[in-house]
Design a protein around this ligand. Structure first.
Ligand SMILES: [Zn+2]
Ligand SMILES: [Zn+2]
Length: 162
């Protein structure tokens, strides 16, 4: 198989990309994001949840399923499908609305976020997906929290909040 054919096969059918958590128990399939659908969030909660200086979210994606189910979440017709056992933690966001942080119940990898102020949308964590599969970001939010040594990614607009 040629390199490009192998890459196409790894993407899965219909322009989807496939990923997994660190332990491999949660499998993720995402409609291939395109430029303009990727943002970086420097909010303090994303820092804590990801353990990195920012959370990197493609989309948000529209999903048509109840995200409160705690086991085997499959969204065959949505932009994101997750299969596996995961846990959720809810905290108050800036707006006072609840924000859900969803992670692998075994290894703790961050999977996706949800918010009461964005019903029907999911903010998936792009680190689940293979290197070279995610388009460049076009927006960095909560830039006010960036470290002094951080630089704006090329082509990104920054805002100090959402
Ligand atoms: Zn895991
Ligand atoms: Zn954030």
């Amino acid at each position: 198989m040629s390199t490009s054919a192998a890459a196409a096969a790894a993407e899965g059918p219909h322009g989807y990309i496939q990923g997994a958590c660190l332990c491999g128990r949660v499998k993720a399939t995402l409609r291939r994001p395109v430029p303009g659908e990727m943002k970086l969030c420097h909010c303090t909660d994303c820092r804590k949840f990801t353990g990195a200086m920012w959370g990197a979210h493609p989309l948000p994606c529209v999903v048509a399923h109840d995200l409160s189910a705690a086991y085997i979440l499959t969204m065959p017709e949505g932009d994101l499908t997750l299969e596996g056992e995961f846990k959720s933690f809810f905290s108050g966001g800036d707006s006072g609305q609840s924000v859900g942080r969803h992670f692998c119940g075994n290894c703790g990898s961050s999977l996706y976020d949800t918010g009461d102020d964005s019903p029907g949308w999911v903010f998936v964590h792009s680190g689940l997906f293979p290197p070279k599969s995610i388009p460049p970001p076009n927006l960095e939010i909560y830039w006010c929290n960036a470290e002094s040594w951080e630089v704006v990614h090329p082509g990104c607009k920054t805002v100090d909040r959402q």
